[in-house]
Ligand binder design. Structure first.
Ligand SMILES: NC(=O)C1=CN([C@@H]2O[C@H](COP(=O)(O)OP(=O)(O)OC[C@H]3O[C@@H](n4cnc5c(N)ncnc54)[C@H](OP(=O)(O)O)[C@@H]3O)[C@@H](O)[C@H]2O)C=CC1
Ligand SMILES: CC(C)(CO)C(=O)C(=O)O
Length: 326
């Protein structure tokens, strides 16, 4: 592992991907007094002039004065780099990460799916790599405007090669401390891979089916066939996780089904991308788990069919709107 992270509470943060997740958590960190540097994309000019607006169930606020950039080479190297791009953009990280990351720094991947940490390991060398699972409903509703609708907890774990569990490390505690000062609830994952598989128990059925069925979560759960399909997909995910020695109890499936049946009607982040003709996170959320199943000869017919359908849809989005993945 790399050298120790900057001590104390004066760590600097770079946000790569100032959208629903990066914009919200980055703004909360800045509001709490952390030094934060935001990489913007299409709304760089607007945010530079008017600031970043956050409408949140935790309280609305606008950051009028913030460090914004549209080029990583203008950004200072930071102690912690938060990656909150859609995973469809992760190929950009080869060029985006090195300029903004201190040698003794850490990268926190706030993204859904599987394999995101492993993919950046060759880029960041011995730097600490952390994964974060966001349990939040947040949308970027307009340029420079984030709407945080519900929840907000992040589960964080540290990555080691082959996803060996590392327990709760000093780096995790340091970064969690900053988030907690910012009012962001943090849970520790002693085993990042287990945490990722548990999140996929929800994301594979609901993100995937929301696009294929063109439906909200309440609509999926309100139909006996599609609620059963969700459960069957969850069972497949649990079976693949078990093949990697990650045990997810049977009770977890029922908990996720009950939770979803009882939650407010929700449009998943994949469905929002689909509705806006942006490429969808099919590889990280369904493709990589499917490859994991194939590697261990675990039969996952429902997941394979879901992947084929999403891959088809994604290919069509990209063909009709070539800028969807720029
Ligand atoms: N939103 C949610 O509630 C949840 C999201 N997640 C996960 O979090 C991750 C991030 O999702 P989310 O925040 O919703 O996504 P968003 O699309 O809201 O944010 C992604 C941001 O990345 C920016 N971006 C795109 N390309 C570039 C580039 N070349 N350089 C710099 N910035 C760029 C986009 O800017 P622009 O718009 O200008 O292109 C956008 O602001 C995903 O993996 C998602 O699955 C997990 C749980 C919940
Ligand atoms: C589970 C959820 C809703 C975040 O809490 C999500 O990951 C998503 O919409 O992609």
């Amino acid at each position: 592992m790399g050298t120790e992270l900057q001590s104390g509470t004066n760590r600097s943060y770079a946000i790569i991907g100032t959208g629903a997740i990066g914009g919200f958590y980055g703004a909360k960190l800045q509001q709490a007094g952390c030094e934060v540097h935001f990489l913007l994309h299409r709304d760089y000019e607007l945010v530079r002039q008017r600031g970043l607006r956050v409408d949140s169930v935790w309280g609305n606020f606008t950051l009028d004065s913030l460090n914004v950039y549209n080029d990583v080479h203008q950004m200072p190297a930071c102690d912690v780099v938060i990656v909150a791009l859609k995973t469809t953009r992760n190929s950009l990280l080869t060029s985006l990460l090195p300029p903004v990351l201190k040698e003794s720094g850490a990268v926190l991947m706030l993204q859904n799916g599987l394999g995101n940490e492993e993919a950046i390991a060759p880029i960041v060398g011995k730097t600490h790599i952390l994964g974060g699972l966001c349990f939040i409903c947040s949308n970027k509703v307009a340029e420079g405007h984030i709407h945080h609708l519900d929840y907000g907890t992040i589960t964080i774990g540290e990555y080691a090669p082959d996803y060996q569990p590392l327990g709760i490390t000093a780096t995790l505690r340091d970064i969690a401390g900053d988030f907690e000062i910012a009012g962001i609830p943090i849970q520790f994952a002693e085993d990042l891979l287990l945490a990722r598989w548990k999140k996929l128990v929800w994301n594979i059925p609901y993100n995937g089916l929301s696009v294929v069925l063109n439906a909200r979560t309440d609509e999926i759960m309100g139909n006996e066939y599609t609620s059963l399909l969700s459960e069957q997909l969850m069972r497949e995910v649990v079976a693949v996780a078990a093949a990697y020695n990650r045990e997810i109890p049977e009770s977890f499936i029922q908990k996720m089904l009950d939770h979803t049946a009882n939650m407010k009607p929700y449009i998943t982040s994949m469905k929002l991308d689909y509705d806006q003709h942006r490429s969808i996170e099919v590889e990280s959320i369904v493709g990589n788990p499917l490859q994991s199943a194939i590697a261990k000869n675990i039969p996952v017919p429902k997941m394979a069919m879901l992947y084929a359908q999403l891959n088809f849809i994604n290919t069509q989005i990209t063909a009709k709107s070539p800028l969807s993945s720029s």
